[in-house]
Design a protein around this ligand. Structure first.
Ligand code: PMP
Length: 433
């Protein structure tokens, strides 16, 4: 069955799909961190549905919440109508939001993917400000629909001004650290204030507090605060894309809490649906300039996703899984940094909480101008395959696909974390040989 399914899928399915397509696994069962394939092999899943599975696969509280709706006779789909399930989800979500946004927030259910919510956010700020330009960052990823793609750097006709996202490793200014972040902020301010700067009047600025697909790059807290004050002073709505960073992943419930900023708009998806598709935009009520029907859509009322999501949010909150992600993530980073000390092919190890990236490089490059060695995508792909041979699923990311990404569930135990890192170290040694 395993081989047949893989063969038929590779024949029938479009090459346009991405996530994990190169992994020859046919999952038939899953629980927590573990996936079992049709061939009986078991894998530790550190891809977690691209960060969706905050509680891992088939967590009992998630299954219970879904069963409860199914057994209750409640409708599974009623478009935008109010239901007890939706009410419970929204109440739970609002209880987690940073104040003062929580006290003054409106929610728009979008649907059902992260990119839909990004699209809604972009439309919302265009409507509210009457402007059409957009400020977005180098290395960003916001999705695959036209507006979200424009924000990510894809060529479309949305007028985007691309600003330098600060990073230590491969800093666009070749500086990194506080100084690099400071230059990024100054560049942004001077560009916005230059009447001849060629910046189309921005309807908003969209930022990931930690870039995920871009290669796991956490923005410095001080820089996030600068972006907040820069945009606030110029009445530019700030949109935080927390599709991947939300629900405890980075060590706080929402990643904006690290810097303490309060965005005007938050885009949320992935983990908020507790494994099922759900996406929302939350925003200051002042921005709610939409007329009824201005942003409609059929599949925005997924009752099962709301129930699974409410159960997930409550479980993360009650069990302090964000704090757990912070401590366990720091420990895992420490061990990976130890590995980097003995492997020259590891250029950088970085992350926040349980969002971790290991950048692989070619240390023996003879490229004279490189201040850091060039990325090694082929090595990263080899490490991914060696991980797979050892029963570990990891994802690749970064602008050159040279970053191995770990996004384990927040329920990861110490023993599981050790097993993941043991397998990773083995795979690295095999691939780098
Ligand atoms: N924003 C961010 C930060 C993401 O990481 C992603 C998906 N990886 C998206 C938006 C798009 O979400 P989706 O794939 O559900 O459309």
């Amino acid at each position: 069955a395993h081989e047949g399914i893989l063969r038929r899928q590779s024949l029938r399915e479009s090459a346009a799909r991405t996530y994990a397509r190169s992994l020859p696994i046919v999952p038939v069962r899953a629980r927590g961190l573990t996936i079992e394939g049709a061939d009986g092999r078991r894998y530790l899943d550190c891809l977690s549905g691209a960060g969706t599975l905050a509680l891992g696969h088939n967590h009992p509280v998630v299954l219970e919440a879904i069963r409860k709706v199914l057994d209750s006779g409640a409708p599974l789909h009623v478009l935008d109508l109010a239901t007890p399930v939706k009410d419970a989800f929204t109440t739970e979500l609002f209880a987690t939001l940073p104040r003062p946004l929580a006290d003054d927030a409106r929610i728009q259910f979008c649907g059902p993917a992260g990119t839909d919510a990004v699209e809604a956010a972009l439309k919302l700020v265009r409507t509210a400000t009457g402007r059409t330009g957009l400020l977005a960052f180098t290395g960003a990823y916001h999705g695959m629909t036209v507006g979200a793609l424009a924000a990510s750097g894809g060529a479309t006709d949305v007028r985007v001004t691309r600003l330098p996202y600060p990073q230590d490793y491969r800093c666009p200014f070749g500086i990194g650290g506080d100084r690099g972040a400071e230059l990024s902020a100054r560049w942004t301010a001077s560009l916005l204030d230059d009447p001849k700067g060629g910046v189309p009047a921005p309807a908003g600025m969209i930022v990931e507090p930690v870039q995920g697909e871009g290669g796991v790059i956490p923005a410095p807290d001080a820089w996030m605060r600068r972006m907040r004050s820069l945009t606030e002073a110029r009445s530019i709505p700030l949109i935080a894309d927390e599709v991947q960073t939300g629900v405890g992943r980075t060590g706080t419930f929402w990643a904006v809490e690290h810097s303490g900023i309060v965005p005007d708009v938050m885009v949320l998806s992935k983990a908020i649906g507790g494994s099922l598709p759900l996406a929302v935009v939350v925003y200051r009520s002042e921005l709610d300039a939409w007329q009824p029907g201005a942003h409609a859509g059929t599949f925005r009322g997924n009752q099962l996703a709301m129930a699974a999501g409410a159960a997930t949010l409550a479980f993360v909150r009650e069990n302090r899984l964000a704090e757990r992600a912070a401590t366990l993530g720091a420990r895992m980073l420490g061990r990976l940094q130890g590995l980097a000390a003995s492997h020259r092919c590891i250029g950088d190890v970085r992350g926040r909480g349980l969002m971790i990236g290991v950048e692989l490089v070619d240390p023996d490059t003879d490229e004279p101008s490189a201040d850091v060695p060039p990325p090694a995508p082929a090595l990263a792909a080899a490490v991914q395959q060696e991980c797979l041979r050892r029963g570990l699923i990891v994802e690749l990311g970064g602008r050159h696909s040279g970053v191995v990404r770990l996004l384990p569930p927040l329920t990861l135990t110490d023993e599981q974390a050790a097993a993941v890192l043991d397998r990773f170290a083995d795979a690295l040694a095999a691939a780098a040989r």
